[in-house]
Design a protein around this ligand. Sequence first.
Ligand SMILES: Cc1cc2nc3c(=O)[nH]c(=O)nc-3n(C[C@H](O)[C@H](O)[C@H](O)COP(=O)(O)O)c2cc1C
Length: 186
Amino acid sequence: MEIREIVSKNRSYRRFYNEKKITKEELVELVDIARLTPSAANRQPVKYMVVADEERNAKVYETLGWAGYLKDWDGPEKEERPTGYILILTKKDVKADIDEGIISQTIMMAAVEKGMGGCILGNIKREKLMENLKIDEEYKVDLVLAIGYPKEEVKIVDIKDNDIKYYNDENKIHYVPKRKLEEVLM
Ligand SMILES: Cc1cc2nc3c(=O)[nH]c(=O)nc-3n(C[C@H](O)[C@H](O)[C@H](O)COP(=O)(O)O)c2cc1C
């Protein structure tokens, strides 16, 4: 796949096949790719925690907030939940948003290349997640990357009337409005 195809296919997927599960080794391979990304002043402050077992998956899932614009949807049903997660962490006094953005997109693109997909989540009950996974108090969880084999069709559409809200149709197809090239090019 060329980069344009990977980036186009790399949508936020929120429903997954549970018949085909992600393994811990597959997630570690994604982290091994992520550690090669650029980092401001080459500080590389980001740590990763991979989760791919049923018990801990449930402990991560209960702390996540899904698709805020879909008011009548609370997140994936039990049998459509992500089968793995990569937690993006830094020490409490560190801010590394840009590094983490690059890392997250790189992981997601690598996942897409391998036939997987997922969603970056910033809406996290962080204290609860720290407690659930017994994470060292020295660290904080900045982002959670939910990963699996996507069961969802996601289509990009042009933005109309400046409405940025994504939506689903009656067949559960998910639509993501993107600004047109003419609009973003200054
Ligand atoms: C930093 C960041 C945080 C996000 N947090 C959440 C989240 O907490 N919950 C969620 O369902 N989606 C989250 N998303 C996914 C966005 O909603 C999604 O990227 C956006 O709707 C565009 O869809 P696309 O990724 O398919 O292009 C997040 C995305 C980014 C980049």
